[in-house]
Write a protein that binds this ligand. Structure first.
Ligand code: PLP
Length: 373
């Protein structure tokens, strides 16, 4: 009954951790990919008001004009780039935007360049659509491998996906590296898909979007992380008008529209002050980095709320099993990578959990290294 296409997808990596998590009493949970604060009251009130006012029906497929206009104003303020209303649509999360974008772009055999480690969906969505994910390693420093891109980009390349700040590494690309990638994309006339969902969480200065340098960029942004609304399913896509028009056409036959009352609430959410949370995450980032940097190989994350420590020896999946047996939930790096050398920590949790987690991971690293050496 089930298609070969769906059977090709494997969700076992992350699912295993979540299944184990459900069984463990009082775990130290460092596996969660969302903020640990709640939606701000103003946004909640706006959603309740929208529901009461009766904004409960379908909206236009591309999303309500107020929200699209507010997003474009915010992008102009933060990225310095002006867009037309025909270049923006509201999606059901960045996940919805990614699905529509890849559906709009890929014919069987078309290639998409992806940087490893990668957000899990990229590779799987490309494969689901019978495309080919061309995966380039960014280990050990997670910088954009521009010279490698130049080697693999070709007539079948439909897009290059970049994600900064990144999941699972928290890495933020430098302006120079983004610029260099833009030059390669321009030379080969290839679309860049820039997943900027973590743009609200940047700790050491700025983050660079490619949109200022190149018109062939599809910017995917969202509300899930910045405003802690992962369950509201709201995102947006901004880019070339013909691509956006195609994505809207496909949305009409799939998601129909993003959740209506939340679209109205999001207009009010844009610009709400989340800086106290960002400040807290910066401190948590420093705490975890200081606590673990001598026992693992760590590139200090500049954004998001993840860290991607590498083991000095051995296999990360074995180490993660040990950690889970000691009630610390972390995600094995192979879920996000072709390699099994790292693991993902989310530091979007309470300080007590982080302290316990650091302590246990330190002790386990000694035990694990001693066992395998
Ligand atoms: N992109 C990245 C890099 C993510 O980490 C996530 C969620 O974890 C998403 C996209 C999808 O987010 P949403 O669909 O909630 O907007």
């Amino acid at each position: 009954m089930i298609s070969q296409r769906s059977k090709r997808l494997d969700s076992s990596g992350i699912r295993k951790v979540f299944e184990l998590a459900a069984k463990i009493e009082d775990p130290v949970n460092l596996s969660i990919g969302q903020p640990d604060f709640d939606v701000l009251d103003e946004a909640k009130e706006a959603a309740i008001e929208a529901i009461r006012k009766g904004f409960n029906r379908y909206t236009v497929t591309q999303g309500i004009e107020e929200l699209r206009g507010a997003i474009l104003a915010e992008i102009q303020r933060t990225r310095g780039k002006r867009y037309e209303m025909s270049q923006v649509m509201i999606t059901s999360g960045v996940s919805g935007g990614l699905m529509l974008a890849l559906l709009s772009l890929l014919d069987p055999g078309d290639e998409v360049i992806i940087f490893d480690p990668y957000f899990v969906m990229y590779k799987h969505l490309v494969h689901l659509l019978d495309g080919k994910a061309v995966i380039l390693s960014t280990y050990p420093n997670f910088r954009i491998p521009v010279a490698e891109v130049e080697k693999v980009v070709g007539p079948r390349t439909k897009a290059i996906i970049l994600n900064s700040p990144a999941n699972p590494t928290g890495y933020v690309y430098s302006a120079e590296d983004v610029r260099a990638l833009v030059e390669v994309a321009k030379k080969h006339d290839v679309l860049l898909i820039s997943d900027e969902i973590y743009d609200g969480f940047v700790y050491d200065g700025g983050f660079t979007s490619p949109v200022g340098w190149y018109d062939k960029v599809l910017l995917l942004g969202g509300f899930s992380k910045t405003y802690a609304m992962t369950g509201w399913r709201l995102g947006y896509a901004i880019g070339p008008a013909d691509l956006i028009a195609t994505m809207i056409k496909l949305q009409q036959y799939s998601f129909v529209c993003a959740p209506a009352p939340f679209q109205y609430a999001a207009v009010k959410a844009i610009g709400l002050d989340i800086s106290p949370y960002v400040e807290a995450y910066r401190r948590k980032r420093d705490m975890v980095y200081e606590g673990l940097q001598d026992v693992f190989d760590i590139v200090k994350p500049g954004g998001a709320f993840y860290m991607f420590p590498g083991l000095k020896y051995g296999k990360a999946s074995e180490f993660v099993e040990m950690a889970i047996a000691h009630k610390v939930l972390i995600i094995p790096g192979h879920v996000f990578s072709e390699r099994d050398t790292h693991f993902r920590i989310s530091f979007a949790t309470g300080d007590e959990a982080l302290k316990r987690g650091i302590d246990i991971l330190r002790k386990l690293s000694e035990a694990y290294y001693a066992k395998i050496c």
